[in-house]
Design a protein around this ligand. Structure first.
Ligand code: GDP
Length: 295
């Protein structure tokens, strides 16, 4: 993931590190290059502008330009600012003191909700938890069956009431059942649409009101670039999400969504999806991601 972004940024920094001292002009030139690389990677324009301005200001303001290892220090500032851009600290899931913890997944059709419901269940099981999956998409043909297949793969029970019951009611009944059967996490899969519409948001708000989730995670497709960030903003405005699962980062996603979401939407990326298999889910650590990008 991020190959092109990584290669290009490393190129800029290699040239910078090759210098024995830096002038303000060197920093400006490097930041102009960084700016182009980030824009090419589909990072939101304002995010890029603020980011490079901040790095330039710190590099010049902290008067490191005369120092012997000025180039390294500029790279360090970039690394710190990139980490901050990605959310700083890793943002963990919130678990309820009172079982079950309810996690609601939402997102557009095809973003990867059902797949990630399964991946999340698999990860939680590995942590010794006892999750339950809930089929809350009653519209898409075969959605319930798809979740049942996923549930079987990750050895997790799937709660369904067919496609004739209201999703808010389904979610509520699932939480009741989880309480009785000792499932400590309930993961509610919800319906998606090709784009954000009011009917969908109304339904999701009703599911939210019915079960008061401890976590509302938005599943967004990184391959859609800047659109992923717009989608995240739309869902957050309507639902107040707690975090994002950024999917399909194994594809040729240019990385822009990952680098813009926290700043534009104000909500952290908690997980990234890196493949179709049930174990292709990673907890998102901003600092590790930056180390990977900067090398
Ligand atoms: P939903 O409509 O939001 O429930 O999306 P699905 O879970 O059905 O996923 C849509 C398609 O994306 C499926 O073909 C998945 O296998 C694929 N998919 C989901 N997550 C990932 C991922 O992280 N990487 C890749 N390469 N494919 C993914």
């Amino acid at each position: 993931m991020f190959e092109s972004l990584t290669d290009k940024l490393q190129g800029v920094f290699k040239r910078l590190r090759g210098k024995s001292s830096l002038s303000e002009q060197d920093v400006n030139d490097a930041m102009r290059e960084v700016r182009l690389v980030l824009l090419e990677a589909d990072v939101n324009f304002k995010v890029v502008k603020d980011f490079t301005a901040r790095v330039r200001e710190r590099a010049v303001g902290e008067q490191i330009l005369e120092g012997l290892n000025a180039p390294q220090q500029v790279v360090k500032i970039v690394s710190e600012e990139l980490t901050a851009l990605l959310g700083g600290e890793q943002a963990p899931l919130t678990f309820s003191h009172q079982s079950p913890t309810v996690i609601m997944l939402c997102g557009l059709q095809g973003a990867g909700k059902t797949t990630h419901a399964g991946k999340l269940a698999a990860m939680l099981r590995k942590q010794g938890r006892n999750p339950m999956l809930v089929a809350g998409d009653i519209y898409r043909p075969a959605a319930i069956k798809q979740l049942e297949v996923v549930g079987e793969q990750v050895k997790t029970p799937v709660f369904t009431m067919g496609d004739q019951t209201d999703p808010a009611e389904i979610a509520k009944a699932a939480v009741d059942k989880a309480q009785r059967y000792g499932n400590d996490v309930v993961i509610v899969d919800t319906a998606g649409r090709l784009q954000i519409d009011e009917a969908l948001m109304d339904e999701l708000r009703r599911v939210k009101a019915a079960v008061r989730p401890h976590e509302i995670l938005l599943v967004v497709d990184a391959m859609t670039g800047q659109e992923a960030v717009n989608v995240a903003k739309g869902f957050n405005d309507a639902l107040e999400i707690d975090g994002v699962i950024l999917t399909k980062l194994d594809g040729d996603a240019r990385g822009g969504a990952a680098l813009s979401v926290k700043t534009v939407v104000g909500k952290p990326i908690k997980f990234v999806g890196v493949g179709e298999k049930m174990d292709a889910l990673e907890i998102f650590y901003p600092d590790r991601m930056v180390s990977r990008i900067l090398g």
